[in-house]
Design a protein around this ligand. Structure first.
Ligand code: 5GP
Ligand code: ZN
Length: 142
């Protein structure tokens, strides 16, 4: 637990949360400032700042909870779709530094936008630059 982390305080029961799923590893609760009805956050109970810092088995448990919850959340609020995403790091908009996946139920004409609206100035990358990025990412996994 990280003392000044708001999500750790929810896990500890020091701050109330509307829990929709819980097991030994994962907690899911309603977002306090929802982007739509049913906006849900899925977190590991242990404090890990970003996906990059999260052990693979814990990240897998978070993903499998997202997988189980997406249809339940959509059905509960009668949503035909949802945006499922992580703001992974401060520059990506992460405000609470305890890794969390968002399930944001989406509705026809809800005024929301797709993930492609995240960035307005897209880079123009040549084929050579794309090739270099491809091989760099492959090399990083070696
Ligand atoms: P981020 O921008 O870090 O990806 O998202 C943080 C989310 O946490 C926001 O959607 C915000 O509304 C939610 N949030 C912040 N503080 C609390 C809280 O104390 N309780 C709950 N349930 N959600 C919170
Ligand atoms: Zn925390």
């Amino acid at each position: 637990m990280s003392e000044d982390c708001i999500f750790c305080q929810i896990v500890a029961g020091d701050i109330p949360g509307r829990t929709v799923y819980e097991d030994d590893t994962v907690l899911a609760f309603l977002d306090a400032n929802p982007l739509s009805p049913g906006h849900t956050l899925v977190i590991p109970k242990a404090h890990h700042e970003r996906l990059n810092d999260t052990p693979a088995d814990v990240a897998g448990a978070v993903m499998s909870t997202l997988y189980e919850l997406v249809p339940a959340v959509e059905s509960a609020v009668d949503a035909p779709a949802s945006t499922v995403a992580f703001n992974n790091g401060e520059e990506a908009g992460q405000e609470v530094p305890h890794v969390h996946g968002h399930i944001v139920p989406r509705f026809e004409d809800d005024g929301g936008r797709p993930i492609h609206a995240l960035v307005t100035d897209r880079p123009e990358l040549s084929d050579a630059e794309l090739d270099a990025i491809e091989s760099d990412i492959v090399a990083e996994q070696a």
